[in-house]
Design a protein. Structure first.
Length: 363
Protein backbone atom coordinates (compact mmCIF):
# COMPACT_ATOMS: atom_id res chain seq x y z
CA UNK A 1 0.00 0.00 0.00
CA UNK A 2 1.86 3.07 -1.26
CA UNK A 3 0.82 6.69 -1.63
CA UNK A 4 1.01 8.00 -5.18
CA UNK A 5 2.78 11.22 -4.15
CA UNK A 6 5.35 11.17 -1.39
CA UNK A 7 5.12 13.81 1.31
CA UNK A 8 7.48 14.71 4.10
CA UNK A 9 6.19 13.88 7.57
CA UNK A 10 7.93 14.81 10.82
CA UNK A 11 7.11 12.98 14.05
CA UNK A 12 8.01 14.91 17.21
CA UNK A 13 8.24 13.21 20.62
CA UNK A 14 9.66 14.13 24.01
CA UNK A 15 11.70 10.92 23.92
CA UNK A 16 11.83 7.56 22.20
CA UNK A 17 12.29 5.28 25.18
CA UNK A 18 10.68 4.14 28.39
CA UNK A 19 6.93 4.26 27.85
CA UNK A 20 3.95 3.31 25.72
CA UNK A 21 3.47 6.70 24.05
CA UNK A 22 7.15 6.77 23.12
CA UNK A 23 6.94 3.26 21.68
CA UNK A 24 3.93 4.34 19.60
CA UNK A 25 5.78 7.36 18.19
CA UNK A 26 8.71 5.16 17.16
CA UNK A 27 6.38 2.54 15.70
CA UNK A 28 4.50 5.21 13.73
CA UNK A 29 7.70 6.18 11.92
CA UNK A 30 7.89 2.68 10.44
CA UNK A 31 4.18 2.55 9.63
CA UNK A 32 4.22 5.85 7.72
CA UNK A 33 7.41 5.01 5.87
CA UNK A 34 5.93 1.66 4.85
CA UNK A 35 2.93 3.37 3.24
CA UNK A 36 5.12 5.72 1.21
CA UNK A 37 5.96 8.83 3.21
CA UNK A 38 9.38 10.38 3.71
CA UNK A 39 9.69 10.22 7.50
CA UNK A 40 11.70 12.40 9.86
CA UNK A 41 11.76 12.10 13.65
CA UNK A 42 12.68 14.69 16.29
CA UNK A 43 13.21 13.76 19.91
CA UNK A 44 13.59 16.49 22.54
CA UNK A 45 15.54 14.40 25.06
CA UNK A 46 18.49 12.09 24.52
CA UNK A 47 16.49 8.94 25.15
CA UNK A 48 16.30 6.74 22.05
CA UNK A 49 15.61 3.14 22.99
CA UNK A 50 13.02 2.07 20.45
CA UNK A 51 14.00 1.52 16.80
CA UNK A 52 12.70 4.06 14.29
CA UNK A 53 12.48 4.51 10.54
CA UNK A 54 13.53 7.70 8.78
CA UNK A 55 16.02 10.44 9.63
CA UNK A 56 16.46 11.31 13.32
CA UNK A 57 17.24 14.68 14.90
CA UNK A 58 18.14 13.97 18.54
CA UNK A 59 18.13 17.38 20.19
CA UNK A 60 19.22 15.87 23.50
CA UNK A 61 22.67 15.25 22.03
CA UNK A 62 23.17 18.95 21.31
CA UNK A 63 21.17 20.90 23.86
CA UNK A 64 21.04 20.98 27.64
CA UNK A 65 18.04 18.80 28.55
CA UNK A 66 16.92 21.01 31.43
CA UNK A 67 13.97 23.39 31.27
CA UNK A 68 15.98 26.61 31.25
CA UNK A 69 14.61 29.42 29.10
CA UNK A 70 17.78 29.40 27.01
CA UNK A 71 17.50 25.67 26.27
CA UNK A 72 13.84 25.99 25.29
CA UNK A 73 14.52 28.90 22.94
CA UNK A 74 17.41 27.05 21.25
CA UNK A 75 15.18 24.00 20.77
CA UNK A 76 12.47 26.09 19.11
CA UNK A 77 14.95 27.59 16.66
CA UNK A 78 16.55 24.21 15.83
CA UNK A 79 13.20 22.49 15.26
CA UNK A 80 11.97 25.35 13.05
CA UNK A 81 15.18 25.24 11.00
CA UNK A 82 14.97 21.45 10.61
CA UNK A 83 11.31 21.52 9.51
CA UNK A 84 12.04 24.17 6.90
CA UNK A 85 15.22 22.53 5.61
CA UNK A 86 13.42 19.21 5.06
CA UNK A 87 10.36 20.84 3.48
CA UNK A 88 8.08 19.15 6.00
CA UNK A 89 4.45 19.02 4.88
CA UNK A 90 2.94 17.70 8.11
CA UNK A 91 4.06 17.57 11.75
CA UNK A 92 2.65 14.82 14.01
CA UNK A 93 3.22 15.99 17.59
CA UNK A 94 3.31 13.32 20.34
CA UNK A 95 4.77 15.54 23.10
CA UNK A 96 3.26 16.14 26.50
CA UNK A 97 2.16 19.78 26.33
CA UNK A 98 1.93 21.38 29.77
CA UNK A 99 2.88 25.03 29.21
CA UNK A 100 0.56 27.54 27.56
CA UNK A 101 3.43 29.85 26.56
CA UNK A 102 5.48 26.98 25.13
CA UNK A 103 2.57 25.80 22.98
CA UNK A 104 1.95 29.29 21.65
CA UNK A 105 5.63 29.40 20.61
CA UNK A 106 5.36 25.99 18.93
CA UNK A 107 2.19 26.92 17.06
CA UNK A 108 3.00 30.46 15.91
CA UNK A 109 6.79 30.30 15.59
CA UNK A 110 8.29 26.79 15.51
CA UNK A 111 5.63 25.15 13.35
CA UNK A 112 4.74 28.43 11.67
CA UNK A 113 2.57 27.59 8.63
CA UNK A 114 3.15 23.82 8.77
CA UNK A 115 0.13 21.53 8.98
CA UNK A 116 0.04 19.91 12.43
CA UNK A 117 -1.69 16.92 13.99
CA UNK A 118 -1.62 16.76 17.79
CA UNK A 119 -1.73 13.42 19.62
CA UNK A 120 -3.53 12.95 22.94
CA UNK A 121 -2.17 9.77 24.53
CA UNK A 122 -3.89 9.92 27.93
CA UNK A 123 -7.30 10.36 29.50
CA UNK A 124 -5.61 13.06 31.58
CA UNK A 125 -6.07 15.40 28.62
CA UNK A 126 -4.71 18.45 30.45
CA UNK A 127 -1.24 16.97 29.91
CA UNK A 128 -1.75 17.43 26.16
CA UNK A 129 -4.15 20.39 25.98
CA UNK A 130 -2.92 22.40 28.95
CA UNK A 131 -5.56 25.09 29.39
CA UNK A 132 -9.01 25.87 28.09
CA UNK A 133 -8.26 29.51 27.27
CA UNK A 134 -9.07 31.54 24.17
CA UNK A 135 -5.53 31.56 22.74
CA UNK A 136 -4.94 27.83 23.11
CA UNK A 137 -8.40 27.02 21.82
CA UNK A 138 -7.35 28.88 18.68
CA UNK A 139 -4.10 26.86 18.51
CA UNK A 140 -5.85 23.51 18.60
CA UNK A 141 -8.62 24.63 16.27
CA UNK A 142 -5.88 25.42 13.74
CA UNK A 143 -4.69 21.81 13.89
CA UNK A 144 -5.29 19.56 10.93
CA UNK A 145 -6.50 16.91 13.39
CA UNK A 146 -6.43 16.04 17.05
CA UNK A 147 -5.63 12.32 17.13
CA UNK A 148 -6.83 10.45 20.23
CA UNK A 149 -5.93 6.87 21.08
CA UNK A 150 -9.33 5.84 22.46
CA UNK A 151 -12.99 6.67 21.97
CA UNK A 152 -13.26 7.75 25.60
CA UNK A 153 -10.50 10.34 25.12
CA UNK A 154 -12.07 11.54 21.87
CA UNK A 155 -15.38 12.13 23.65
CA UNK A 156 -13.69 13.97 26.52
CA UNK A 157 -11.67 16.25 24.20
CA UNK A 158 -14.77 17.16 22.21
CA UNK A 159 -16.90 17.79 25.30
CA UNK A 160 -14.26 19.69 27.27
CA UNK A 161 -12.77 21.88 24.58
CA UNK A 162 -15.49 22.03 21.95
CA UNK A 163 -13.10 20.80 19.27
CA UNK A 164 -14.61 19.08 16.26
CA UNK A 165 -11.62 17.92 14.23
CA UNK A 166 -10.94 14.99 16.59
CA UNK A 167 -10.46 11.39 15.47
CA UNK A 168 -9.56 8.16 17.21
CA UNK A 169 -6.88 6.02 15.62
CA UNK A 170 -5.92 3.12 17.86
CA UNK A 171 -2.29 2.31 18.53
CA UNK A 172 -1.37 -0.70 16.39
CA UNK A 173 0.15 -3.94 17.55
CA UNK A 174 2.72 -5.75 15.46
CA UNK A 175 1.58 -9.11 14.23
CA UNK A 176 2.13 -11.55 17.09
CA UNK A 177 3.94 -13.87 14.70
CA UNK A 178 6.67 -11.23 14.29
CA UNK A 179 7.00 -10.18 17.92
CA UNK A 180 10.54 -10.92 19.15
CA UNK A 181 9.81 -13.95 21.29
CA UNK A 182 13.04 -15.87 20.74
CA UNK A 183 14.63 -15.07 24.10
CA UNK A 184 14.17 -17.41 27.04
CA UNK A 185 11.79 -16.39 29.82
CA UNK A 186 12.12 -17.49 33.47
CA UNK A 187 11.23 -21.18 33.66
CA UNK A 188 11.97 -21.99 37.30
CA UNK A 189 8.63 -20.78 38.62
CA UNK A 190 5.09 -19.80 37.65
CA UNK A 191 4.38 -16.08 37.67
CA UNK A 192 1.96 -13.28 36.86
CA UNK A 193 3.27 -10.03 35.49
CA UNK A 194 3.04 -6.25 35.58
CA UNK A 195 5.28 -4.21 33.29
CA UNK A 196 5.35 -0.46 32.83
CA UNK A 197 6.47 2.70 34.58
CA UNK A 198 6.81 2.48 38.34
CA UNK A 199 4.82 5.62 39.11
CA UNK A 200 2.18 4.88 41.74
CA UNK A 201 0.06 8.00 41.21
CA UNK A 202 -0.73 6.74 37.71
CA UNK A 203 -0.20 2.96 37.76
CA UNK A 204 -1.67 2.41 41.26
CA UNK A 205 0.99 -0.15 42.12
CA UNK A 206 0.16 -0.18 45.83
CA UNK A 207 -3.20 -1.66 44.79
CA UNK A 208 -1.38 -4.28 42.71
CA UNK A 209 0.88 -5.31 45.60
CA UNK A 210 -1.92 -5.31 48.20
CA UNK A 211 -4.13 -7.39 45.90
CA UNK A 212 -1.39 -9.93 45.39
CA UNK A 213 -0.80 -10.00 49.16
CA UNK A 214 -4.48 -10.80 49.83
CA UNK A 215 -4.81 -13.31 46.98
CA UNK A 216 -4.03 -17.03 47.02
CA UNK A 217 -1.18 -16.64 44.55
CA UNK A 218 1.71 -16.65 47.02
CA UNK A 219 0.25 -19.71 48.77
CA UNK A 220 0.15 -21.43 45.36
CA UNK A 221 3.81 -20.44 44.79
CA UNK A 222 2.83 -18.16 41.88
CA UNK A 223 5.15 -15.16 41.94
CA UNK A 224 4.50 -11.58 40.83
CA UNK A 225 7.09 -10.07 38.48
CA UNK A 226 7.21 -6.27 38.25
CA UNK A 227 9.24 -5.05 35.28
CA UNK A 228 10.05 -1.38 34.81
CA UNK A 229 11.71 1.71 36.18
CA UNK A 230 10.38 4.86 37.77
CA UNK A 231 10.55 7.23 40.70
CA UNK A 232 8.56 4.99 43.08
CA UNK A 233 10.63 1.82 42.77
CA UNK A 234 12.38 2.18 46.14
CA UNK A 235 9.08 2.89 47.90
CA UNK A 236 7.50 -0.20 46.33
CA UNK A 237 10.46 -2.41 47.23
CA UNK A 238 10.18 -1.23 50.86
CA UNK A 239 6.44 -1.99 50.82
CA UNK A 240 7.11 -5.52 49.59
CA UNK A 241 9.72 -6.01 52.32
CA UNK A 242 7.26 -4.86 55.02
CA UNK A 243 4.76 -7.46 53.75
CA UNK A 244 7.46 -10.18 53.90
CA UNK A 245 6.95 -10.88 50.19
CA UNK A 246 10.45 -10.23 48.88
CA UNK A 247 10.81 -13.83 47.72
CA UNK A 248 7.46 -13.78 45.92
CA UNK A 249 7.36 -10.29 44.39
CA UNK A 250 10.38 -9.77 42.18
CA UNK A 251 11.48 -6.50 40.57
CA UNK A 252 13.22 -6.48 37.19
CA UNK A 253 14.60 -3.45 35.30
CA UNK A 254 13.01 -1.94 32.19
CA UNK A 255 13.37 -4.11 29.09
CA UNK A 256 13.03 -3.09 25.45
CA UNK A 257 11.95 -6.64 24.66
CA UNK A 258 9.78 -7.99 27.51
CA UNK A 259 7.73 -10.20 25.19
CA UNK A 260 9.34 -13.58 25.97
CA UNK A 261 8.51 -12.94 29.64
CA UNK A 262 5.00 -11.72 28.73
CA UNK A 263 4.42 -14.86 26.67
CA UNK A 264 5.29 -17.20 29.54
CA UNK A 265 3.29 -15.34 32.22
CA UNK A 266 0.11 -16.95 33.49
CA UNK A 267 -1.55 -13.57 33.03
CA UNK A 268 -0.65 -9.88 33.09
CA UNK A 269 -2.13 -7.18 35.31
CA UNK A 270 -3.04 -3.51 34.90
CA UNK A 271 -4.21 -1.49 37.93
CA UNK A 272 -3.89 2.10 36.65
CA UNK A 273 -5.95 5.03 37.90
CA UNK A 274 -6.13 6.24 34.30
CA UNK A 275 -4.57 5.34 30.98
CA UNK A 276 -4.74 6.31 27.34
CA UNK A 277 -4.67 3.16 25.28
CA UNK A 278 -2.58 0.70 27.30
CA UNK A 279 -0.23 -1.08 24.95
CA UNK A 280 0.69 -3.65 27.60
CA UNK A 281 -2.83 -5.10 27.23
CA UNK A 282 -2.48 -5.39 23.45
CA UNK A 283 1.03 -6.80 23.69
CA UNK A 284 -0.03 -9.36 26.26
CA UNK A 285 -2.95 -10.55 24.14
CA UNK A 286 -0.70 -10.65 21.07
CA UNK A 287 1.61 -12.99 23.00
CA UNK A 288 -1.34 -15.27 23.87
CA UNK A 289 -1.46 -14.18 27.52
CA UNK A 290 -4.81 -13.13 29.05
CA UNK A 291 -5.12 -9.92 31.05
CA UNK A 292 -6.74 -8.81 34.30
CA UNK A 293 -7.33 -5.06 34.23
CA UNK A 294 -9.22 -2.49 36.21
CA UNK A 295 -11.81 -0.70 34.10
CA UNK A 296 -10.10 2.67 34.34
CA UNK A 297 -10.45 5.61 31.99
CA UNK A 298 -9.52 4.90 29.25
CA UNK A 299 -8.74 2.00 26.96
CA UNK A 300 -9.17 -1.31 28.80
CA UNK A 301 -12.87 -1.74 27.97
CA UNK A 302 -12.12 -0.96 24.30
CA UNK A 303 -9.74 -3.95 24.18
CA UNK A 304 -10.91 -6.45 26.81
CA UNK A 305 -14.26 -8.23 26.63
CA UNK A 306 -14.90 -9.46 30.16
CA UNK A 307 -14.57 -13.23 30.52
CA UNK A 308 -13.71 -13.57 26.82
CA UNK A 309 -10.06 -12.53 26.49
CA UNK A 310 -9.50 -11.32 30.05
CA UNK A 311 -11.19 -9.96 33.14
CA UNK A 312 -12.34 -6.37 33.73
CA UNK A 313 -12.91 -5.30 37.32
CA UNK A 314 -14.16 -2.11 38.92
CA UNK A 315 -11.50 0.58 39.09
CA UNK A 316 -9.58 0.80 42.38
CA UNK A 317 -11.59 -2.06 43.95
CA UNK A 318 -9.26 -4.24 46.02
CA UNK A 319 -11.76 -7.02 46.72
CA UNK A 320 -12.83 -7.30 43.08
CA UNK A 321 -9.22 -7.45 41.93
CA UNK A 322 -8.34 -10.15 44.46
CA UNK A 323 -11.36 -12.18 43.33
CA UNK A 324 -10.32 -11.86 39.69
CA UNK A 325 -6.72 -12.86 40.44
CA UNK A 326 -7.94 -15.91 42.33
CA UNK A 327 -10.48 -16.90 39.67
CA UNK A 328 -7.81 -17.26 36.98
CA UNK A 329 -6.08 -19.75 39.30
CA UNK A 330 -9.14 -21.63 40.58
CA UNK A 331 -11.38 -21.60 37.49
CA UNK A 332 -9.37 -23.38 34.81
CA UNK A 333 -12.29 -23.42 32.35
CA UNK A 334 -12.61 -19.61 32.44
CA UNK A 335 -8.86 -19.16 32.22
CA UNK A 336 -8.46 -21.47 29.21
CA UNK A 337 -11.36 -19.81 27.41
CA UNK A 338 -9.78 -16.37 27.83
CA UNK A 339 -6.35 -17.67 26.82
CA UNK A 340 -7.80 -19.29 23.70
CA UNK A 341 -9.38 -16.02 22.56
CA UNK A 342 -6.40 -13.70 23.15
CA UNK A 343 -4.83 -13.43 19.70
CA UNK A 344 -8.02 -13.45 17.63
CA UNK A 345 -9.54 -10.72 19.80
CA UNK A 346 -7.08 -8.04 18.63
CA UNK A 347 -7.39 -8.42 14.86
CA UNK A 348 -8.78 -4.86 14.56
CA UNK A 349 -5.57 -3.46 16.06
CA UNK A 350 -3.02 -4.98 13.66
CA UNK A 351 -0.53 -2.84 11.76
CA UNK A 352 -2.29 -3.48 8.43
CA UNK A 353 -5.66 -2.32 9.75
CA UNK A 354 -4.27 0.82 11.39
CA UNK A 355 -2.06 1.58 8.37
CA UNK A 356 -5.16 1.65 6.17
CA UNK A 357 -6.77 4.18 8.53
CA UNK A 358 -3.70 6.43 8.28
CA UNK A 359 -3.63 5.95 4.51
CA UNK A 360 -7.28 7.01 4.20
CA UNK A 361 -6.66 10.03 6.45
CA UNK A 362 -3.52 11.26 4.69
CA UNK A 363 -3.89 10.26 1.04
Amino acid sequence: MQLTSQKNICIIASSLGGGGAERVAAQQSKLLQDIGFNVYVITILNSVTYPISGELLNLGLEIDENDSIKAKIIRHFKIRKFLNSKNIDLVIDHRIRSSVLNELLYSYFTYSKKMVMYYVHSYKVENYIPSNNILLRRVFKRAQKIITVSKAIEKRVKNTFGLESVQTIYNPIEQYTSLPLNERAPSKYEYVLFYGRLVDEVKNLKLLINSYHKSILSKRKIKLLIIGSGKDKDMLVEMVERLNLSEMILFKPFMTNPFPIVKEAKYTLLTSKYEGFPMTILESLACGTPVISVNCKSGPNEIITNKFNGLLVENNNLEALVEAMNSFVLNSELYEKCKLNTKASISQFTMDVIAKQWYNLLK
